[in-house]
Write a protein that binds this ligand. Structure first.
Ligand SMILES: NC(=O)c1ccc[n+]([C@@H]2O[C@H](COP(=O)([O-])OP(=O)(O)OC[C@H]3O[C@@H](n4cnc5c(N)ncnc54)[C@H](OP(=O)(O)O)[C@@H]3O)[C@@H](O)[C@H]2O)c1
Length: 329
């Protein structure tokens, strides 16, 4: 039977306040997009989740469609909760989302009230939960009024099925509008979840400033560029890697010589800092104080250990930052 490590909260500076809310999140959160599906090895998924909790990772990120098949990551996590983690539910931030295609017909994707609220009910059932901590609109819907989508998030909060509302993949202007709507509805936007890494910097010109001004937290997904910003691909494409066995989400063709030249140079710099490349890539996204948490994925327990090790060295000198800019240019 699982019993969590007594040391899990020893590193006090592992938590950062989420925007201007009362919630603190771990610098590293665990995402269940990959490796927790119905076709994955349950014992490995359980070991990753439990190790994460042992290391002080309190935030577990899900979505209705994670799997495959869609829904199965929530079912897997529900089993982990039921068999192991349930006694510590109040120590955890469990999130889910709705927005991408989930079931057939006109009500199974995007941002209608009909879809969001019925999807949340399904997610709660799969995980065996009465409420999630954060319910996200997974993507903006160009055809549904933002008022309707935000109204559904606020309704989820009012009904007690979610404690906080969040948005993901929204552009800066829509983020500001969503923030105002949610504030007016009495369910302030806790957090935004955008993609961000050394290889994808779209949030830098405007979104980060919008989040800071609105007092919204930020958990950045794919901070390791799905594994590219690690040593995973330095000697080819391993069969057990994402590009090796799940090329739908990371095409081997994306790992070009030009990309590898950059990541190998970054790795040299990471080594000179006494870190792995994964650790430096995480420290780099966390250099912005508005970034509350780096949301990683992991296929092995050892990757979670390595990633959490990032917090041993989060600071960068001006010279190191300049070297990184030069490599990425
Ligand atoms: N809101 C959205 O639209 C959205 C979209 C995508 C993801 N997300 C969330 O973000 C989470 C993270 O996304 P992601 O999995 O793409 O993040 P990521 O952290 O960029 O990539 C994770 C992958 O990197 C490799 N890895 C991790 N740690 C490593 C280490 N220390 N050394 C070597 N390799 C390492 C593993 O690849 P291998 O599997 O090859 O070992 C792992 O599966 C998802 O689970 C999900 O919760 C949200």
């Amino acid at each position: 039977m699982y019993s969590p490590a007594d040391s899990r909260y020893d590193a006090k500076d592992f938590y950062r306040r989420c925007g201007r809310s009362g919630v603190r999140l771990p610098l590293i959160s665990l995402g269940l997009w990959h490796n927790f599906g119905g076709q994955d090895f349950y014992a490995n998924a359980r070991a990753i989740a439990c190790r994460a909790f042992d290391l002080g990772i309190t935030c577990f990120d899900l979505a209705n469609n994670y799997g495959p098949p869609a829904g199965s990551a929530e079912t897997t996590f529900g089993r982990i909760l039921r068999e192991d983690l349930r006694p510590w539910r109040d120590e955890m931030i469990i999130t889910t989302k709705a927005g991408y295609d989930m079931w057939p017909g006109p009500y199974g994707e995007w941002g209608s009230r009909k879809y969001l609220l019925s999807s949340l009910d399904q997610s709660l059932k799969r995980m065996g939960l009465e409420y999630v901590d954060i319910f996200y609109s997974h993507r903006p819907d160009p055809h549904t009024p933002l008022e309707e989508t935000m109204g559904a998030l606020a309704q989820a909060v009012r009904s007690g099925k979610a404690l906080y509302a969040g948005i993901s993949n929204y552009q800066p202007a829509d983020t500001a509008r969503a923030a105002k709507l949610l504030r007016d509805l009495g369910a302030p936007c806790l957090i935004h979840q955008p993609r961000y890494s050394m290889l994808d910097r779209w949030i830098e010109p405007a979104l980060l400033a919008t989040l800071e001004a609105e007092g919204i937290g930020c958990t950045v997904f794919s901070p390791l560029a799905k594994g590219v910003l690690t040593n995973r691909y330095f000697s080819g494409i391993p069969a057990d890697s994402r590009a090796g066995h799940n090329p739908r989400f990371l095409l081997p063709a994306e790992i070009t010589d030009a990309v590898l030249t950059k990541t190998k140079k970054l790795d040299e710099l990471a080594q000179s800092r006494g870190q792995t490349l994964a650790q430096m890539a995480l420290a780099w996204v966390l250099r912005h104080k508005v970034v509350t948490s780096a949301l990683i994925g992991a296929s092995k327990v050892s990757q979670v250990d390595d990633c959490v090790g990032a917090m041993k060295h989060l600071n960068f000198s001006a010279e190191e930052l300049a070297r990184i800019e030069k490599i990425l240019a």
